[in-house]
Design a protein around this ligand. Structure first.
Ligand code: HEC
Ligand code: HEC
Ligand code: HEC
Length: 442
């Protein structure tokens, strides 16, 4: 059972809605002229072409196919078990579900009647062909940095696909979030179309990496915190809980989280190419990113991304260093030691040392001592495999403990793991486990 009473939850929802509404009303007037002033027309231009013309150039189509991998377009635009790129996949948000659209060249339900400039309008401005503002479940806050050239290549590729007739399902967003007015407010607060500006102080490789990470890679869509309105003040990559998915995307600017400032370039590239690197492996939503997107990138592009990620300025002081003497063992940790022996030691080792290339070490593993325990609970509840990639074709897996261990047991074993073999982090409580199990992580 959840700890909050229905009445308290209701009061919270009411307060949030009231706040959101007053914000809406307040900004509505400002907005009408403001948005009209800011939105630049981006209609037809001389290089514009319809799909059939663009699709005639195979080199362009091939480049577009590669860029679609870099942008992971297929993952969101394909329903489970559905036709590739035909849309219909539901993206859950705290405000309801938004369904992805059909990107195949069907004339009525897809992009068949679109021109390259309409497509650019969607990618760069977050605006559909008919002028409708799009929901930011489509990460155009990142894609806005994609160049017009790359946008045209993506469009040529999508136009080369077999057309599939499949209308976009209507979204189930709650009022007022379902309205174009709410989106207008949201855009005023959190979105500005922006071109990627190369940094002349940095080399070509860094700039290529920045373009890929900030643009098509849309790493910030997960690795940046969102507020109650689903917006991010900046796309700073400083980490955040992914709404609805109950996974924490750790900070890429902190060595204590997912920052790679101290990693050799080769290890960073390896993580993105194979899903594993010395002392690290990807899980959950990040495993999907490697599986469907980054494993297909060329070596120069991976090196470029690694160069950019390595050079990200550190945002937070290393929290791990602040700790000193080991605290006395809590009762949860003592109970957890027995559970570890029984369920986990055969793979992760008596001393949490793991087995190279098979089972990750838990001793000295920063994923284990992360301040948020959400991902650990997810891993123990659901088990999992690193992604199968060319560089790691038959990854070893971890069994799920959802049915074998209670919330209290999982809290105990994780509290033990977080404080054994030199690890130090706060205990995990049964309430934490329950929140994640019931999809309510914080
Ligand atoms: C995280 C999920 C996600 C990813 C990744 C994603 N999209 Fe989308 N996309 C959506 C959703 C959801 C919508 C529907 C938004 C709406 O209806 O307001 C959408 C809408 C669109 C539209 C507007 C279609 C229309 O009819 O107006 C285009 C064009 C588009 N996406 C292209 C792409 C391309 C190209 C990529 C890869 C570079 C991509 N998307 C990646 C979720 C995603
Ligand atoms: C769909 C959400 C999502 C997207 C998009 C995403 N990540 Fe992640 N990432 C996560 C989550 C969740 C974790 C934590 C789980 C883990 O460690 O694998 C993570 C972990 C990481 C880690 C740490 C891995 C480790 O074990 O130390 C790195 C580095 C990383 N991401 C880089 C990136 C880069 C670069 C991109 C863009 C190309 C990206 N991520 C895009 C969700 C995402
Ligand atoms: C059969 C072998 C096996 C057993 C038993 C096992 N694990 Fe794992 N564990 C793995 C593998 C393989 C991975 C990597 C999975 C992945 O990357 O998705 C993993 C990953 C993890 C991680 C994430 C590490 C990281 O770097 O993010 C944690 C935490 C973890 N296990 C804890 C446990 C605990 C606690 C138990 C006992 C309740 C346990 N494991 C039992 C094989 C095992």
């Amino acid at each position: 059972m959840r700890p909050a009473t229905p009445a308290r939850r209701l009061a919270r929802v009411a307060a949030l809605s009231a706040a959101a509404l007053s914000l809406l009303v307040l900004l509505m007037g400002v907005l009408l002229w403001w948005s009209a002033m800011r939105e630049e027309p981006y209609g037809t231009d001389s290089t514009d072409s319809t799909g059939s013309v663009a699709a005639a150039d195979p080199a362009l189509v091939e480049r577009g196919a590669y860029l679609a991998k870099a942008g992971n377009c297929m993952a969101c635009h394909t329903e489970r078990g559905g036709m590739a790129f035909a849309g219909g996949r539901g993206i859950d948000t705290p405000f309801g579900t938004v369904y992805s659209s059909n990107l195949t060249p069907d004339r009525d339900t897809g992009l068949g009647a679109w021109r390259a400039s309409d497509f650019w309008g969607a990618l760069h401005h977050g605006r559909s062909k008919d002028g409708r503002w799009l929901y930011p479940a489509f990460p155009y806050t990142s894609y806005t940095q994609v160049s017009r050239e790359d946008s045209d290549a993506l469009f040529a590729y999508l136009q080369s696909l077999p057309p599939v007739r499949q209308p976009q399902p209507g979204n189930t967003l709650s009022w007022p979030f379902s309205t174009q007015a709410a989106l207008a407010v949201w855009r005023t607060l959190y979105f500005k179309p922006g071109a990627f500006e190369p940094d002349p102080q940095q080399g070509a490789e860094w700039n290529r990496g920045a373009y890929l990470v900030r643009g098509l890679g849309h790493c910030a869509a997960c690795h940046t915190a969102r507020n109650a309105l689903g917006g991010s003040g900046s796309l700073d990559l400083a980490g955040g809980l992914i709404p609805m998915q109950n996974w924490y995307a750790p900070s890429l600017t902190s060595d204590a989280e997912a920052g790679v400032g101290r990693w050799p370039i080769e290890h960073i590239a390896s993580l993105l190419r194979t899903g594993v690197a010395p002392g690290a492996s990807v899980q959950g939503p990040m495993a999907e990113v490697v599986l469907r997107s980054t494993q297909y990138l060329t070596e120069p592009d991976l090196q470029a991304m690694a160069t950019f990620l390595k050079a990200l300025p550190a945002s937070a002081p290393d929290q791990q260093k602040a700790r000193t003497a080991p605290p006395t063992k809590s009762s949860a940790q003592i109970a957890g030691a027995r559970l570890y022996e029984q369920h986990c030691a055969q793979c992760h080792g008596e001393q949490g040392e793991g087995v190279a290339l098979a089972y990750p070490a838990l001793a000295g593993n920063r994923a284990v001592t992360l301040h948020s325990s959400v991902n650990l609970v997810q891993v123990v509840l659901h088990g999992g495999y690193p992604p199968a990639t060319a560089g790691n074709p038959q990854p070893f897996g971890m069994p799920p403990y959802m049915l074998t261990l209670s919330d209290k047991d999982i809290a105990s074993v994780l509290s033990f793991v977080r404080n054994a073999w030199g690890n130090q982090a706060a205990d995990v409580t049964a309430v934490d486990v329950n929140r994640t199990r019931s999809g309510n992580a914080r």
